[in-house]
Structures are given as structure tokens and as C-alpha cells.
Design a protein around this ligand. Structure first.
Ligand code: AP5
Ligand code: MG
Length: 216
């Protein structure tokens, strides 16, 4: 299954993506994770993306389209994939359609998580991520067993640089301006599955599961 998972920052895309990918045996392609990895390794791409990400702005379209095009060419995408956080602009969505047409593929569903701003801020201010393996926690909603230590690899937990309240507000503004128009873009194509993103991880997962039943 070829899927897109969209929603504002902190909507729970990464959290839900993990379960969807296990269920459908497809890789999670998160442009945010790929860019953070490049930043950590201080590659040319990472250095280019750094200032945009820290400020809560979007990395230029051509940069992100290039990394997605390359990633989709890998063999693990043969039987499907889940795009987490891409596309984020209309030009990115148009380019994705062209990339997929070239490969004789198409998007089968776009899951859009709907979460109010107040909850986004609560979720992101409390998020902690493992500096080593990238596992994600929340100080109140999904705490690690030992404070600031990753359950999976014992690495140290840190706060993402863009998870400060000022930057979260900028990310929300950017989402509204540049990404939200994709909701009607995909609705017009009959692909949109709008999902209530409030409630527990399990409840939201069940809503997504139900919406995707009709697709497979
Ligand atoms: P990206 O990494 O994609 O960030 P984002 O879209 O802002 O989303 P997040 O990863 O912050 O949130 P999420 O929805 O994954 O939520 P999560 O599951 O972690 O992008 C970062 C930056 O990279 C962008 O700002 C931009 O600069 C650049 N970039 C990336 N893609 C780009 C593109 N296509 N074009 C241009 N630039 C791009 O959950 C959040 C927290 O809430 C966690 O702590 C979690 O435990 C908790 N939580 C989740 N679900 C629940 C629940 N149901 N109940 C309680 N807590 C919950
Ligand atoms: Mg994420």
C-alpha cells in the first residue's frame, strides 16, 4: 500500500506511522527523520537544512523532493511505503505525482490527522527523543522507565531543537499556510481520510485501521 500520513507538527505522525508500517509491512519514509540524520552527520544536505529546521521553516522544495525521489527508488519500496511529513507543499505534491507516474505507481490513501493547537503544544513541549536511536517519548503521556534514559538502547533522551514553544508556533503557522492546502488537494482526488487525532494512541490507531480497511 502506498500511503501519505499528514497532519500538523505533533499530530502523532511518527507514533502512528510505526504501527501502520508494522501492520502493512511497509517502510516509513520520514523526511524530518532523514533531514535530522543528515544534520547529525553534518553532510552537505544536513548543513543546508539546519537553519530552516531550527527556525521551524520548511527546507526548500527541490532539496526535499530530491531525497524522496532517491529513497523511493530503493527496493524496500517495491511493495508499498508510508510517507510521513511529505509532501508539505503543493509543488511537492505535484512532484510526487510525477515521480510515482514515472515508476508506474500511485498514492492509494492520504491519512490526515486532525489535532487542535493546544494539544500540539502539550505533546511537543513534553516530547523527548533518544539522541542515539531516535525513539520517541513523552514526559507525561509516554514516559521512559528511567528518567531521561531510552528504554530501547539506554541512550540519553533529549529535546528536539525545534520543540520550543516559540518554534512550535512558527511550525503551526507554516503548516497552516503551506501544508493545509493539501487537504483539499487530496480531497478533490478522492484520496483523503480525515482522522480525529485526539485520544489515546490506540484509539487513533483503530480509527486509521478502519479508514484503511476500505483501501486494501
Ligand atoms: P518533522 O520531523 O516531520 O516534524 P513535524 O511535522 O513538525 O512533526 P513531528 O515529528 O514534530 O510530530 P509528529 O506528528 O511526528 O508527532 P509524534 O508522533 O512525534 O519535520 C521537522 C522539520 O523538518 C520541519 O519543520 C522542516 O524544517 C523539515 N521538513 C521535514 N519534512 C519536510 C518537507 N516535506 N518539506 C520541507 N521541510 C521539511 O508525537 C509528538 C509527541 O506526542 C510525542 O512525544 C508522542 O509520544 C506524543 N503523542 C503522540 N500521540 C499521542 C497521543 N495519542 N496521546 C498522547 N501523546 C501522544
Ligand atoms: Mg515526526
Amino acid at each position: 500500500m502506498n500511503l501519505i500520513l499528514m497532519g500538523p507538527p505533533g499530530a502523532g505522525k511518527g507514533t502512528q506511522a510505526e504501527n501502520i508500517c508494522i501492520k502493512y509491512h511497509i517502510p516509513q519514509i520520514s523526511t524530518g527523520d532523514m533531514l535530522r540524520e543528515a544534520r547529525k552527520e553534518q553532510t552537505k544536505l544536513g548543513k543546508e537544512a539546519e537553519s530552516f529546521m531550527v527556525a521551524g521553516k520548511l527546507v526548500p522544495d527541490e532539496v526535499v523532493i530530491g531525497i524522496v525521489d532517491e529513497r523511493l527508488a530503493k527496493s524496500d519500496c517495491q511493495n508499498g511505503f508510508l510517507l510521513d511529513g511529505f509532501p508539505r507543499t503543493v509543488p511537492q505534491a505535484d512532484s510526487l505525482a510525477q515521480i510515482l507516474t514515472r515508476r508506474n505507481k500511485k498514492i492509494e490513501a492520504v491519512v490526515s490527522l486532525d489535532v487542535p493547537d493546544t494539544l500540539v503544544i502539550e505533546r511537543l513541549c513534553g516530547r523527548r527523543v533518544c539522541g542515539d536511536c531516535g525513539a520517541s517519548y513523552h514526559v507525561a503521556f509516554a514516559p521512559s522507565k528511567k528518567e531521561d534514559v531510552c528504554d530501547k538502547c539506554s541512550g540519553g533522551l533529549i529535546q528536539r531543537k525545534d520543540d520550543s514553544e516559540v518554534t512550535i508556533k512558527e511550525r503551526l503557522r507554516v503548516y497552516r499556510d503551506q501544508t493545509q492546502p493539501l487537504i483539499s488537494y487530496y480531497q478533490q482526488k478522492g484520496l483523503l481520510k480525515a482522522i480525529d487525532g485526539t485520544g489515546t494512541v490506540k484509539e487513533i490507531g483503530e480509527r486509521i485501521g478502519k479508514a484503511l480497511e476500505a483501501v486494501v
